[in-house]
Design a protein around this ligand. Structure first.
Ligand code: ADP
Ligand code: TRP
Length: 350
Protein backbone atom coordinates (compact mmCIF):
# COMPACT_ATOMS: atom_id res chain seq x y z
CA UNK A 1 0.00 0.00 0.00
CA UNK A 2 1.57 3.28 -1.12
CA UNK A 3 0.06 6.22 0.73
CA UNK A 4 1.21 9.85 0.42
CA UNK A 5 0.69 12.52 3.02
CA UNK A 6 1.95 16.09 3.00
CA UNK A 7 0.90 19.51 4.24
CA UNK A 8 1.47 23.25 4.21
CA UNK A 9 0.76 25.78 6.95
CA UNK A 10 -1.93 28.37 6.10
CA UNK A 11 0.19 31.24 7.40
CA UNK A 12 0.25 33.63 4.47
CA UNK A 13 0.83 33.93 0.77
CA UNK A 14 1.57 30.59 -0.81
CA UNK A 15 4.73 31.01 -2.86
CA UNK A 16 6.89 29.48 -5.54
CA UNK A 17 9.00 27.61 -2.94
CA UNK A 18 5.90 25.81 -1.64
CA UNK A 19 4.83 25.05 -5.20
CA UNK A 20 8.17 23.80 -6.54
CA UNK A 21 9.49 22.22 -3.34
CA UNK A 22 6.28 20.46 -2.36
CA UNK A 23 3.12 20.70 -4.49
CA UNK A 24 4.75 19.92 -7.85
CA UNK A 25 6.00 16.63 -6.43
CA UNK A 26 2.58 15.85 -4.94
CA UNK A 27 1.07 16.19 -8.38
CA UNK A 28 3.64 14.01 -10.08
CA UNK A 29 3.01 11.29 -7.49
CA UNK A 30 -0.79 11.52 -7.53
CA UNK A 31 -1.28 8.84 -10.21
CA UNK A 32 1.35 6.45 -8.90
CA UNK A 33 0.08 6.08 -5.35
CA UNK A 34 -2.78 4.03 -3.94
CA UNK A 35 -3.94 6.91 -1.78
CA UNK A 36 -3.08 10.63 -1.54
CA UNK A 37 -3.80 12.86 1.45
CA UNK A 38 -3.02 16.57 1.36
CA UNK A 39 -3.51 18.47 4.56
CA UNK A 40 -3.73 22.17 5.42
CA UNK A 41 -1.90 22.15 8.73
CA UNK A 42 -3.68 24.93 10.60
CA UNK A 43 -2.72 23.71 14.08
CA UNK A 44 0.94 23.99 13.10
CA UNK A 45 0.27 27.59 12.08
CA UNK A 46 -0.68 28.35 15.70
CA UNK A 47 2.89 27.63 16.84
CA UNK A 48 3.91 31.01 15.40
CA UNK A 49 0.95 33.17 16.40
CA UNK A 50 2.71 36.28 15.10
CA UNK A 51 2.34 34.85 11.55
CA UNK A 52 -1.34 34.01 11.99
CA UNK A 53 -3.60 36.48 10.28
CA UNK A 54 -7.00 35.46 8.97
CA UNK A 55 -6.61 31.72 9.48
CA UNK A 56 -10.04 30.98 8.00
CA UNK A 57 -9.32 32.94 4.81
CA UNK A 58 -5.81 31.50 4.47
CA UNK A 59 -7.10 27.96 4.93
CA UNK A 60 -9.46 28.42 1.97
CA UNK A 61 -6.69 30.08 -0.05
CA UNK A 62 -4.51 27.03 0.57
CA UNK A 63 -7.32 24.67 -0.50
CA UNK A 64 -7.75 26.73 -3.67
CA UNK A 65 -3.98 26.59 -4.29
CA UNK A 66 -3.91 22.81 -3.98
CA UNK A 67 -6.78 22.40 -6.46
CA UNK A 68 -5.62 25.10 -8.88
CA UNK A 69 -2.12 23.58 -8.98
CA UNK A 70 -3.52 20.24 -10.10
CA UNK A 71 -4.52 18.21 -7.03
CA UNK A 72 -7.72 16.52 -8.09
CA UNK A 73 -10.20 16.44 -5.18
CA UNK A 74 -11.94 13.41 -6.69
CA UNK A 75 -8.69 11.48 -6.60
CA UNK A 76 -6.94 12.91 -3.54
CA UNK A 77 -8.16 13.78 -0.07
CA UNK A 78 -7.78 17.50 0.68
CA UNK A 79 -8.52 18.32 4.31
CA UNK A 80 -7.83 20.54 7.29
CA UNK A 81 -5.70 19.23 10.17
CA UNK A 82 -7.94 20.60 12.94
CA UNK A 83 -10.95 18.78 11.42
CA UNK A 84 -9.38 15.45 12.36
CA UNK A 85 -9.00 15.25 16.16
CA UNK A 86 -6.93 12.05 15.98
CA UNK A 87 -3.86 14.10 14.95
CA UNK A 88 -3.68 15.78 18.35
CA UNK A 89 -4.59 12.62 20.24
CA UNK A 90 -1.79 10.63 18.61
CA UNK A 91 0.53 13.59 19.07
CA UNK A 92 0.01 13.41 22.85
CA UNK A 93 0.71 9.68 22.94
CA UNK A 94 3.85 10.12 20.85
CA UNK A 95 4.98 12.99 23.07
CA UNK A 96 4.99 10.56 25.98
CA UNK A 97 7.77 8.50 24.36
CA UNK A 98 9.69 11.42 22.79
CA UNK A 99 12.98 12.27 24.49
CA UNK A 100 13.20 16.03 25.14
CA UNK A 101 16.78 15.95 23.86
CA UNK A 102 15.58 15.07 20.36
CA UNK A 103 13.28 18.10 20.30
CA UNK A 104 15.91 20.46 21.68
CA UNK A 105 18.21 19.50 18.81
CA UNK A 106 15.74 20.42 16.03
CA UNK A 107 17.21 23.16 13.84
CA UNK A 108 13.84 24.70 13.02
CA UNK A 109 13.06 25.04 16.73
CA UNK A 110 16.46 26.59 17.39
CA UNK A 111 16.01 29.04 14.49
CA UNK A 112 12.45 30.02 15.37
CA UNK A 113 12.99 30.25 19.13
CA UNK A 114 16.23 32.20 18.62
CA UNK A 115 17.68 33.66 21.78
CA UNK A 116 14.27 33.46 23.48
CA UNK A 117 14.40 29.70 24.14
CA UNK A 118 13.07 29.97 27.67
CA UNK A 119 10.09 32.00 26.45
CA UNK A 120 9.36 29.89 23.35
CA UNK A 121 6.01 28.15 23.61
CA UNK A 122 5.63 24.42 24.18
CA UNK A 123 3.85 24.10 20.82
CA UNK A 124 6.96 25.29 18.98
CA UNK A 125 9.09 22.69 20.74
CA UNK A 126 6.47 19.95 20.22
CA UNK A 127 5.94 20.91 16.54
CA UNK A 128 7.79 17.84 15.16
CA UNK A 129 5.71 15.50 17.35
CA UNK A 130 2.47 16.83 15.85
CA UNK A 131 4.02 16.55 12.39
CA UNK A 132 4.97 12.92 13.09
CA UNK A 133 1.39 12.30 14.21
CA UNK A 134 0.07 13.91 10.96
CA UNK A 135 2.03 11.32 9.02
CA UNK A 136 1.78 8.24 11.22
CA UNK A 137 -1.97 8.50 11.92
CA UNK A 138 -2.50 7.59 8.24
CA UNK A 139 0.39 5.07 8.14
CA UNK A 140 1.72 7.16 5.25
CA UNK A 141 4.59 5.58 3.31
CA UNK A 142 5.72 8.62 1.26
CA UNK A 143 6.08 12.24 2.34
CA UNK A 144 7.01 14.74 -0.41
CA UNK A 145 8.45 17.95 1.11
CA UNK A 146 11.12 20.61 0.60
CA UNK A 147 14.65 20.18 1.86
CA UNK A 148 14.00 22.14 5.09
CA UNK A 149 11.79 19.31 6.38
CA UNK A 150 14.48 16.60 6.20
CA UNK A 151 15.24 16.66 9.91
CA UNK A 152 11.55 16.53 10.86
CA UNK A 153 11.12 13.44 8.70
CA UNK A 154 14.13 11.74 10.25
CA UNK A 155 12.52 12.49 13.60
CA UNK A 156 9.23 10.96 12.36
CA UNK A 157 11.02 7.77 11.32
CA UNK A 158 12.86 7.60 14.64
CA UNK A 159 9.69 8.06 16.68
CA UNK A 160 7.79 5.49 14.56
CA UNK A 161 10.59 2.96 15.14
CA UNK A 162 10.67 3.79 18.84
CA UNK A 163 6.88 3.28 19.17
CA UNK A 164 7.00 -0.03 17.28
CA UNK A 165 9.81 -1.30 19.52
CA UNK A 166 8.33 0.03 22.77
CA UNK A 167 4.97 -1.67 22.16
CA UNK A 168 6.39 -4.66 20.26
CA UNK A 169 4.06 -4.16 17.30
CA UNK A 170 4.97 -3.22 13.75
CA UNK A 171 2.13 -0.74 13.50
CA UNK A 172 3.79 2.27 11.86
CA UNK A 173 5.64 1.99 8.54
CA UNK A 174 8.77 4.19 8.45
CA UNK A 175 7.78 6.89 5.92
CA UNK A 176 10.12 7.73 3.03
CA UNK A 177 10.92 11.40 2.64
CA UNK A 178 10.54 12.44 -1.02
CA UNK A 179 12.82 15.43 -1.50
CA UNK A 180 13.65 15.67 -5.18
CA UNK A 181 14.09 17.90 -8.22
CA UNK A 182 16.16 21.06 -8.76
CA UNK A 183 13.91 23.09 -6.46
CA UNK A 184 14.00 21.43 -3.05
CA UNK A 185 15.22 24.74 -1.61
CA UNK A 186 14.16 27.91 -3.41
CA UNK A 187 15.88 30.98 -2.02
CA UNK A 188 14.67 34.53 -1.44
CA UNK A 189 14.85 36.80 -4.51
CA UNK A 190 16.57 39.43 -2.34
CA UNK A 191 19.08 37.21 -0.55
CA UNK A 192 20.39 33.99 -2.05
CA UNK A 193 21.35 32.65 1.37
CA UNK A 194 17.83 32.87 2.91
CA UNK A 195 14.98 30.49 2.13
CA UNK A 196 11.98 31.91 0.23
CA UNK A 197 9.38 32.00 2.97
CA UNK A 198 5.86 33.16 3.77
CA UNK A 199 7.18 34.89 6.87
CA UNK A 200 9.76 37.11 5.09
CA UNK A 201 8.64 40.71 5.66
CA UNK A 202 9.59 41.77 2.11
CA UNK A 203 7.06 40.75 -0.54
CA UNK A 204 9.80 41.26 -3.14
CA UNK A 205 11.63 38.27 -1.62
CA UNK A 206 9.10 35.81 -3.00
CA UNK A 207 6.89 34.98 -5.95
CA UNK A 208 3.34 34.40 -4.76
CA UNK A 209 1.04 32.11 -6.71
CA UNK A 210 -1.58 34.89 -6.72
CA UNK A 211 0.72 37.65 -8.04
CA UNK A 212 -0.52 39.11 -11.32
CA UNK A 213 1.67 39.10 -14.45
CA UNK A 214 2.95 42.68 -13.90
CA UNK A 215 3.94 41.95 -10.30
CA UNK A 216 5.70 38.73 -11.36
CA UNK A 217 7.66 40.65 -14.01
CA UNK A 218 8.57 43.43 -11.57
CA UNK A 219 9.75 41.00 -8.89
CA UNK A 220 11.96 39.10 -11.32
CA UNK A 221 13.36 42.35 -12.73
CA UNK A 222 14.22 43.48 -9.20
CA UNK A 223 15.63 40.08 -8.14
CA UNK A 224 19.22 40.37 -6.95
CA UNK A 225 21.84 39.00 -9.39
CA UNK A 226 25.38 39.87 -10.45
CA UNK A 227 27.11 41.39 -13.45
CA UNK A 228 28.71 38.18 -14.79
CA UNK A 229 27.33 36.13 -17.68
CA UNK A 230 25.84 32.69 -17.11
CA UNK A 231 28.39 29.85 -17.13
CA UNK A 232 28.03 26.66 -19.21
CA UNK A 233 27.91 24.42 -16.12
CA UNK A 234 25.93 24.74 -12.93
CA UNK A 235 28.93 23.89 -10.74
CA UNK A 236 30.37 27.31 -11.68
CA UNK A 237 27.40 28.95 -9.95
CA UNK A 238 28.30 27.66 -6.51
CA UNK A 239 29.66 30.98 -5.28
CA UNK A 240 26.77 32.95 -6.88
CA UNK A 241 23.73 31.97 -4.77
CA UNK A 242 21.26 34.47 -6.30
CA UNK A 243 22.19 33.50 -9.86
CA UNK A 244 22.07 29.81 -8.94
CA UNK A 245 18.60 30.25 -7.47
CA UNK A 246 17.17 31.83 -10.64
CA UNK A 247 18.65 29.02 -12.73
CA UNK A 248 17.08 26.45 -10.40
CA UNK A 249 13.70 28.16 -10.70
CA UNK A 250 13.96 28.12 -14.49
CA UNK A 251 14.99 24.45 -14.43
CA UNK A 252 12.16 23.38 -12.14
CA UNK A 253 9.49 25.26 -14.08
CA UNK A 254 10.68 24.02 -17.47
CA UNK A 255 11.28 20.42 -16.38
CA UNK A 256 15.01 20.56 -17.17
CA UNK A 257 18.13 20.09 -15.09
CA UNK A 258 20.03 23.18 -13.97
CA UNK A 259 22.94 22.03 -16.18
CA UNK A 260 20.70 22.00 -19.26
CA UNK A 261 19.55 25.54 -18.46
CA UNK A 262 23.16 26.70 -18.10
CA UNK A 263 24.04 25.14 -21.45
CA UNK A 264 21.18 26.98 -23.19
CA UNK A 265 22.00 30.37 -21.66
CA UNK A 266 25.83 30.08 -21.43
CA UNK A 267 27.36 33.51 -22.08
CA UNK A 268 24.05 35.42 -21.74
CA UNK A 269 23.70 38.18 -19.17
CA UNK A 270 20.97 38.26 -16.56
CA UNK A 271 19.12 41.02 -18.38
CA UNK A 272 18.41 38.50 -21.19
CA UNK A 273 17.91 35.49 -18.92
CA UNK A 274 15.44 37.37 -16.70
CA UNK A 275 13.22 38.16 -19.70
CA UNK A 276 12.96 34.46 -20.60
CA UNK A 277 12.48 33.58 -16.94
CA UNK A 278 9.65 36.11 -16.65
CA UNK A 279 7.86 34.61 -19.67
CA UNK A 280 8.20 31.14 -18.17
CA UNK A 281 7.03 32.17 -14.68
CA UNK A 282 4.05 34.07 -16.10
CA UNK A 283 3.11 31.13 -18.36
CA UNK A 284 3.27 28.61 -15.49
CA UNK A 285 2.14 30.62 -12.46
CA UNK A 286 -0.48 33.09 -13.77
CA UNK A 287 -2.98 30.37 -14.75
CA UNK A 288 -2.72 28.91 -11.23
CA UNK A 289 -3.31 32.31 -9.64
CA UNK A 290 -6.29 32.99 -11.91
CA UNK A 291 -7.81 29.60 -11.14
CA UNK A 292 -7.32 30.27 -7.41
CA UNK A 293 -9.19 33.59 -7.76
CA UNK A 294 -12.02 31.77 -9.54
CA UNK A 295 -12.24 29.01 -6.93
CA UNK A 296 -12.20 31.50 -4.08
CA UNK A 297 -15.37 33.13 -5.39
CA UNK A 298 -17.33 30.00 -4.42
CA UNK A 299 -16.51 29.39 -0.75
CA UNK A 300 -19.37 26.87 -0.50
CA UNK A 301 -17.78 24.66 -3.13
CA UNK A 302 -14.34 24.84 -1.45
CA UNK A 303 -15.83 24.04 1.96
CA UNK A 304 -17.64 21.11 0.38
CA UNK A 305 -14.30 19.69 -0.83
CA UNK A 306 -12.82 20.14 2.66
CA UNK A 307 -15.83 18.56 4.28
CA UNK A 308 -15.65 15.48 2.03
CA UNK A 309 -11.91 15.35 2.69
CA UNK A 310 -12.33 15.46 6.43
CA UNK A 311 -14.83 12.59 6.30
CA UNK A 312 -12.37 10.34 4.48
CA UNK A 313 -9.44 11.46 6.64
CA UNK A 314 -11.41 10.94 9.87
CA UNK A 315 -12.48 7.43 8.86
CA UNK A 316 -8.92 6.33 8.20
CA UNK A 317 -7.41 8.17 11.17
CA UNK A 318 -10.00 6.85 13.63
CA UNK A 319 -9.41 3.24 12.50
CA UNK A 320 -5.70 3.62 13.15
CA UNK A 321 -6.29 5.53 16.39
CA UNK A 322 -8.34 2.63 17.75
CA UNK A 323 -5.40 0.31 17.05
CA UNK A 324 -3.06 2.70 18.87
CA UNK A 325 -5.37 3.01 21.90
CA UNK A 326 -5.50 -0.80 22.09
CA UNK A 327 -1.74 -1.15 21.78
CA UNK A 328 -0.97 1.37 24.51
CA UNK A 329 -3.61 -0.28 26.71
CA UNK A 330 -6.32 2.36 27.19
CA UNK A 331 -9.76 1.26 28.38
CA UNK A 332 -12.36 1.44 25.59
CA UNK A 333 -15.30 3.73 26.48
CA UNK A 334 -17.79 0.87 26.19
CA UNK A 335 -15.58 -2.03 27.27
CA UNK A 336 -17.45 -4.30 29.68
CA UNK A 337 -20.65 -2.29 29.40
CA UNK A 338 -23.77 -4.40 29.74
CA UNK A 339 -25.80 -3.29 26.71
CA UNK A 340 -29.21 -4.16 28.17
CA UNK A 341 -28.44 -2.28 31.36
CA UNK A 342 -27.13 0.69 29.35
CA UNK A 343 -30.39 0.83 27.35
CA UNK A 344 -32.42 0.75 30.58
CA UNK A 345 -30.42 3.67 31.98
CA UNK A 346 -30.86 5.63 28.76
CA UNK A 347 -34.60 4.99 28.73
CA UNK A 348 -34.94 6.08 32.36
CA UNK A 349 -33.29 9.45 31.69
CA UNK A 350 -35.06 10.02 28.33
P1 ADP B 1 6.94 28.50 4.76
O1 ADP B 1 8.33 28.08 5.19
O2 ADP B 1 6.95 29.38 3.59
O3 ADP B 1 6.09 29.01 5.89
P2 ADP B 1 5.79 25.86 5.08
O4 ADP B 1 6.69 25.75 6.26
O5 ADP B 1 4.34 25.81 5.36
O6 ADP B 1 6.18 27.17 4.28
O7 ADP B 1 6.20 24.75 4.00
C1 ADP B 1 5.31 23.93 3.29
C2 ADP B 1 6.04 23.06 2.30
O8 ADP B 1 6.76 23.86 1.36
C3 ADP B 1 7.10 22.14 2.94
O9 ADP B 1 7.16 20.91 2.24
C4 ADP B 1 8.38 22.90 2.75
O10 ADP B 1 9.52 22.07 2.74
C5 ADP B 1 8.14 23.52 1.39
N1 ADP B 1 8.90 24.78 1.25
C6 ADP B 1 8.72 25.91 1.98
N2 ADP B 1 9.58 26.86 1.58
C7 ADP B 1 10.32 26.30 0.57
C8 ADP B 1 11.37 26.79 -0.26
N3 ADP B 1 11.83 28.03 -0.13
N4 ADP B 1 11.89 25.96 -1.19
C9 ADP B 1 11.42 24.69 -1.34
N5 ADP B 1 10.43 24.17 -0.60
C10 ADP B 1 9.88 24.96 0.36
N1 TRP C 1 6.36 21.15 9.00
C1 TRP C 1 5.95 21.34 7.63
C2 TRP C 1 6.53 22.69 7.16
O1 TRP C 1 6.79 23.56 7.92
C3 TRP C 1 4.46 21.33 7.47
C4 TRP C 1 3.88 20.00 7.89
C5 TRP C 1 3.16 19.75 9.03
C6 TRP C 1 3.99 18.79 7.18
N2 TRP C 1 2.78 18.45 9.05
C7 TRP C 1 3.27 17.83 7.96
C8 TRP C 1 4.59 18.42 5.98
C9 TRP C 1 3.18 16.50 7.55
C10 TRP C 1 4.50 17.07 5.59
C11 TRP C 1 3.80 16.13 6.36
O2 TRP C 1 6.70 22.86 6.01
Amino acid sequence: MKRVLSGIRPTGDIHLGNYLGAIQNWISMQDQMDENLFCIVDLHALTTLEDVKNLVGNTRIMAAAYIASGINPDQSTIFVQSHVPAHTELSWILSCITPMGWLNRMTQFKEKAGKQRENACLGLLAYPVLMAADILIYKATHVPVGDDQKQHLEFTRDIAGMFNREFKKDIFPLPDPIIKGPATRIMSLRDGTAKMSKSDTSDYSRINLMDDADTLALKIRKAKTDADPLPAQVKDLEARPEAHNLVNIYAALSGQTADQVCKTFAGSYFSTFKKDLTDLVVAKISPIGQEMQRLLKDKGELDQVLSRGSMRANTLAETHMQEVRDIVGLLKPDEGVNRTRQMDVLKSIA
